[in-house]
Ligand binder design. Structure first.
Ligand SMILES: NC(=O)c1ccc[n+]([C@@H]2O[C@H](COP(=O)([O-])OP(=O)(O)OC[C@H]3O[C@@H](n4cnc5c(N)ncnc54)[C@H](O)[C@@H]3O)[C@@H](O)[C@H]2O)c1
Length: 361
């Protein structure tokens, strides 16, 4: 779990969710759009370090894009091409979480019928946590494999200029009676938000989080940011170096090039038209063997992982386990929000005459 020796305030999860829903409806979202988006944003706040910027901070961008036409309320989810196993969808600039959710459901339906469902989405928006959509797929007993493109922040390995995105992948594996295995990761070592967080808190960062504008390594977050710490001047460091760069390229081909969305340096540049693309896949284990047999074999592997002797002072976790632990802590002790974000959220609430929840404790 994260160390919260950092300025956060904690709130009851349901209160935050209610606030989020009311706020989005006030800005024009349908009840369903508000429900899906709020569930995603609040789950992110419950699971991830606030510096990852996946929690209620997302309301700032949503507010901007709902105001400038970047997000359409009640957007069509239009299936342009359809076959038993694959579909191409136009998200018509809808809420990213909503488009992702609907594409996940469509992929599941296809996988139920023919073993696999592949849904390519164009003209969408930032869909939040890739793992959230993969988790949705696991709830139907399917394996989920979800990816998206986004704004260029990663340079091709060996270059100094960003062309590719942090390109998160969500991979979810359903387990009977237990949290799914949920690998939810950007293809970069970190993200701009965490580097800005470290800058604000006066902390160093590992030397493989970013590269400077000249392509050099550094542990000083100021070396990657504008003087006021407001924006990144460097590039994000790919996981596995040239291997992560290759995966990000692959992701942009599937999500951007092949879907008909923007890709490379053009994607996510214009706030009125981010034109993000996703690739959402569901695999039905029952197509290959019975559900029970799959679960027995999966648990055997999980047990082998659990039994592996840890390095002294370390613990072994399944992918996603740390976030589920953090989420339980948030459910019990309140969902943490960065103090500075709280100040901005209070202003948004005031503008819409909606009460912001009271802090816990
Ligand atoms: N939509 C977008 O454009 C976008 C872009 C970037 C990131 N994101 C989202 O931001 C969130 C954070 O991504 P991230 O890459 O910073 O996550 P991260 O690097 O903190 O974690 C990545 C994965 O590693 C696993 N992990 C971490 N420590 C582990 C350990 N000791 N043992 C086993 N597994 C471990 C985590 O459970 C997680 O599945 C994700 O939800 C991601 O989808 C979204």
């Amino acid at each position: 779990m994260y160390n919260y020796d950092i300025p956060v305030r904690r709130y009851n999860r349901k209160d935050l969710n209610d606030f989020c829903e009311k706020y989005l409806v006030a800005l024009g979202a349908s009840e369903e759009e508000a429900r899906i988006t709020s569930a995603g944003v609040v789950a992110a706040a419950s699971r991830w370090h606030p510096g990852k910027g996946q929690g209620l901070e997302k309301l700032f961008r949503l507010t901007l894009q709902l105001g400038n036409g970047g997000i359409n309320c009640n957007a069509d989810f239009e299936i342009l091409e359809d076959s038993p196993a694959a579909a191409l969808v136009d998200g018509h600039k809808g809420f990213g979480y909503v488009v992702g959710h609907r594409a996940s459901s469509l992929a599941v339906e296809k996988a139920k019928n023919v073993g696999v469902g592949v849904v390519t989405v164009k003209h969408s928006n930032h869909f939040g946590q890739a793992g959230y959509h993969a988790e949705t797929i696991t709830k139907s007993g399917m394996v989920g494999y979800v990816m998206t493109n986004a704004r260029a922040e990663m340079a091709p390995w060996g270059a100094t200029e960003p062309v590719l995105a942090t390109s998160p992948w969500g991979i979810g594996i359903p387990r009977e009676g237990a949290d799914p295995i949920l690998l939810d990761m950007a293809l970069t070592q970190s993200g701009q938000g965490m580097v800005m967080w470290a800058f604000r808190e006066g902390q160093d960062v590992p030397d493989n989080w970013m590269l400077t504008a000249d392509g050099a390594k550094s542990t000083n977050p100021a070396d990657f940011l504008n003087d006021d710490g407001s924006a990144s001047t460097g590039t994000q460091y790919p996981i596995g170096e040239f291997k992560g760069y290759g995966l990000a390229l692959f992701t942009d081909v599937l999500c951007g090039v092949m879907s008909g969305s923007l890709f490379g340096v053009e994607c996510f540049q214009d706030d009125t038209n981010h034109d993000v693309g996703h690739m959402i896949m569901a695999f039905n284990p029952e197509f290959f063997m019975s559900r029970d047999k799959f679960q027995v074999r999966l648990e055997k592997l999980v047990n082998e992982i659990r039994a592996a002797k840890p390095i002294e002072g370390r613990s072994v976790y399944l992918p996603g386990e740390l976030e589920f632990l953090t989420e339980r802590d948030s459910n019990e002790n309140g969902v943490p929000i960065d103090e500075r974000s709280v100040e901005k959220l209070l202003l948004l609430a005031e503008e819409q005459s909606i009460n912001f929840p009271n802090e816990i404790g």
